[in-house]
Design a protein around this ligand. Structure first.
Ligand code: NAD
Length: 305
C-alpha cells in the first residue's frame, strides 16, 4: 500500500479521491484550507492548512504520490479575481514542487489541470495539439503545467498533468451547472444558462475521474499531460432534456448573455488515457446524472456522497 498526499481534500473531486484511496487501503494525508467534514476524511490524516503559507515539510515527509487538486476553479470569476487564480493555481503549485526537490521517495506529482487549457484549439482536443486558453483560469493552469515540466526537467520530479473535462456527480460544487440545475428542478425555480445552450461539454462522472487519477498516479507513465474526459460529449440543451427525463420536471430556462471565457465546445481525445493509463470511462451521462439527482434529493450536502 502506498502513501498519498491529497491537496484540496475537502473539495468536490478531492473528497471522492480520499474515499477511494482509503477504501483501497492506502495511507492518505489530506489537506485543505477549509474544514474537512464527513466520513471519507475521517479515514485520512486530515490537516486544515493553507498551502500558500504553511510549512510543507511535515506534509511531504514520506509521501510517494501527491495528487494536487487545491486551486481556484471556475472560468468566469477568473477575469475579475485574477490574484486569487494566480496564487491558487500558480504559486501553490510552485511551492509544492519546490518542496519536493531532493525527495527520492516521490514517485509522482499529479496536477489537476483542465480542459480550459485548450480554449479555442480544435476539438477533439489532443494533448500534443495546441493550447489556446480563452480565460485567465485556463492560462493559470497552463502555467502550472509548465511549472511541472520545469521541475520535472531540472529537479527530476516525475509528474502528470491531468486535464479534466467537466466533472460531475454527487458532491459537485454549488457553482457548477448540474448542481444548480438539479437544485432548481427540485425547487421548481428557473435555471439560468449562458447563451443559447448549444455549447458542447464532455462530461466526466466523478468516480471515473477519480479512478483514472489514481490509476494514472500509480502506473509508470511518462511525465506528460493526459486528458480525462468522459467520452460523452453532448450539447448543454441535450443534458437539460436528460435532466427533465430523470427528474420528471420541465425546466424554465432563463437565457443569460454568453459568458466571456466559456468555450463553445469541449471534447477530449481519450486515446492517451487509454494507451498510457489503460483507463476507459464507464459511466453514461444519464446514469451519472441520476446519481447526482439522488444526492440532491438527499439534501445535496457536499460530503454526503
Ligand atoms: N470540477 C471540475 O469539473 C474540474 C474540471 C477541470 C479541472 N478541475 C480542477 O480540479 C481541482 C479540483 O476541482 P473541484 O471541482 O474539486 O474544486 P473544489 O473547489 O471543490 O476543490 C478545491 C479545494 O482546494 C482547496 N484549496 C484552494 N486553495 C487552497 C490552498 N491555498 N490551500 C489549501 N487548500 C486550498 C479549496 O478549499 C477546495 O476545497 C481544481 O484545481 C480544479 O481547477 C476541476
Amino acid at each position: 500500500m502506498a502513501r498519498f498526499l491529497v491537496t484540496g481534500a475537502a473539495g468536490f473531486i478531492g473528497h471522492h479521491t480520499v474515499r477511494q484511496l482509503t477504501a483501497a487501503g492506502h495511507s492518505v494525508v489530506a489537506v485543505d484550507r477549509r474544514p474537512g467534514a464527513g466520513p471519507a476524511l475521517q479515514q485520512a490524516d486530515f490537516h486544515q492548512l493553507d498551502l500558500l503559507t504553511c510549512d510543507l515539510a511535515p506534509l511531504l515527509d514520506g509521501t510517494e504520490y501527491i495528487i494536487h487538486y487545491a486551486g481556484q476553479p471556475g472560468v468566469r470569476e477568473s477575469w475579475t479575481q485574477f490574484d486569487a487564480y494566480s496564487r491558487g493555481n500558480i504559486e501553490v503549485t510552485q511551492r509544492l514542487l519546490e518542496g519536493l526537490r531532493g525527495r527520492p521517495a516521490v514517485r509522482k506529482f499529479v496536477l489537476a489541470s483542465t480542459s480550459s487549457v485548450y480554449g479555442s484549439a480544435p476539438m477533439p482536443a489532443r494533448e500534443d495539439g495546441p493550447t489556446l486558453p480563452v480565460s485567465p483560469y485556463g492560462a493559470t493552469k497552463l502555467a502550472a503545467e509548465q511549472l511541472c515540466n520545469l521541475y520535472g526537467r531540472t529537479a527530476g520530479i516525475p509528474w502528470l498533468a491531468l486535464r479534466y473535462f467537466t466533472v460531475y456527480g454527487p458532491g459537485q460544487r454549488p457553482d457548477m451547472a448540474f448542481t444548480r440545475w438539479l437544485t432548481a428542478a427540485r425547487d421548481g425555480t428557473p435555471i439560468q444558462i449562458y447563451g443559447a445552450g448549444d455549447q458542447v461539454r464532455d462530461f466526466t462522472f466523478v468516480a471515473d475521474a477519480v479512478a483514472a487519477t489514481i490509476k494514472a498516479a500509480m502506473v509508470p507513465a511518462r511525465s506528460l499531460a493526459i486528458n480525462v474526459g468522459g467520452g460523452s460529449a453532448v450539447p448543454i440543451r441535450e443534458a437539460i432534456r436528460t435532466i427533465e427525463t430523470i427528474t420528471g420536471k420541465s425546466l424554465n430556462l432563463d437565457h443569460l448573455p454568453p459568458a466571456a471565457g466559456d468555450m463553445p465546445v469541449t471534447r477530449a481525445s481519450t486515446f492517451r488515457l487509454e494507451r498510457e493509463v489503460g483507463f476507459v470511462p464507464r459511466t453514461p451521462l444519464a446514469e451519472g446524472l441520476r446519481r447526482q439527482w439522488d444526492w440532491i434529493l438527499r439534501g445535496g450536502e457536499p460530503h454526503d456522497t
